[in-house]
Design a protein around this ligand. Structure first.
Ligand code: C2E
Ligand code: CA
Ligand code: CA
Ligand code: CA
Length: 277
């Protein structure tokens, strides 16, 4: 039995070593990626379903890995968060997206509001406010063009600290949206205190409507909640006409999802969405 125990131990430890090794490799290639700017931003339109006009767009990061090809954020954002590398990545995201949107405004186009996904870790970093001010100033970016999306679960990790920082951001004239709303267990009392102006209904609930009674009930309750708290609303992950119709009928007009357009490179959204959407 003793022997067996040792073998098991060796087996697990070999596996752990492989995992740890993979992590170290990944972390160093992520560092490399920041240095070499191997990232690219895709933009997904946010649309008013009644007028079919684009109201803004969400910037979504991709990693153009030299060997592995285009990598989606779920593959590297979690590690970036754990290691703190997210700070450098999100800084690049802010600067790049704001520069692009500003260029469109300067060209006389109307890209609408830019929604950025910022990690709470970035928001709480001591240098964040300074970088935000610097970006607005050097780029010539109006604060009201910007909307920060923070997930409900990240906000609720340290809600009191989050409130202080979000108040500072709001005071600059920047809007804040709660991302993945409905998945993060925020209590109603916190919801009232959070300085946010918009709820983004999580796509998990949108995918279920209208057949799934639970999802339909949550979506309707969220719409009612937003209305009574005076918050704006957007639904994400809208993939078909049935979902769109359900949302419009229940009073959620702004939406985002494959039905209106997938995340796409800047040149493509400029061609496809600035006029049609
Ligand atoms: P998220 O903010 O909830 O973004 C929505 C995700 O849903 C995106 O995945 C988008 O491509 C996908 N999506 C949009 N419409 C549909 C649809 O109709 N159907 C389906 N099935 N999916 C749809 P993506 O681009 O892979 O991003 C995943 C997550 O990575 C994002 O979730 C966000 O939390 C994070 N992320 C993306 N870009 C950044 C960034 O620049 N910084 C940080 N910190 N996180 C980011
Ligand atoms: Ca988002
Ligand atoms: Ca989301
Ligand atoms: Ca999400």
């Amino acid at each position: 039995a003793k022997e067996e125990g040792r073998d098991n131990y060796q087996f697990y430890s070999a596996e752990m070593t492989a995992l740890a090794f993979e992590r170290v490799v990944m972390e160093s290639s992520l560092r490399q990626a920041i240095k070499n700017e191997e990232f690219v931003l895709y933009y997904q339109p946010q649309v008013n379903a009644k007028s079919s006009k684009m109201t803004g767009m969400e910037a979504l990061i991709r990693w153009e890995h030299p060997r592995l090809g285009l990598m989606l954020p779920d593959k590297f954002i979690p590690l970036a968060e754990e290691t703190g590398l997210i700070i450098g990545i999100d800084r690049w995201v802010m600067r790049t997206a704001m520069t692009q949107i500003k260029a469109w405004y300067s060209a006389g186009l109307n890209p609408g509001v830019l929604a950025l996904n910022l990690s709470m870790r970035q928001l709480m970093d001591e240098s964040f406010m300074e970088i935000l001010h610097e970006c607005l100033e050097t780029i010539g970016f109006e604060p009201e063009w910007l909307e920060l999306e923070v997930t409900e679960s990240q906000m609720m990790k340290k809600p009191d600290d989050a409130i202080v920082r979000l108040e500072q951001i709001k005071a600059m004239g920047i809007n804040i949206a709660i991302d993945d709303f409905g998945t993060g267990y925020s209590s109603l009392s916190y919801l009232k205190r959070l300085p946010v102006s918009k709820l983004k209904i999580d796509q998990a609930f949108i995918h279920g409507i209208p057949e799934d009674k639970g999802s339909a009930a949550i979506v309707k309750a969220t719409i009612a909640l937003a209305r009574s708290l005076g918050l704006k609303l957007i639904a994400e992950g809208v993939e078909n006409e049935v979902q769109k119709t359900f949302l419009v009928e229940h009073g959620c007009i702004i939406m985002q999802g494959y039905y209106y357009g997938r995340p796409m490179p800047a040149e493509q959204i400029e061609k496809k969405c600035f006029d049609i959407c």
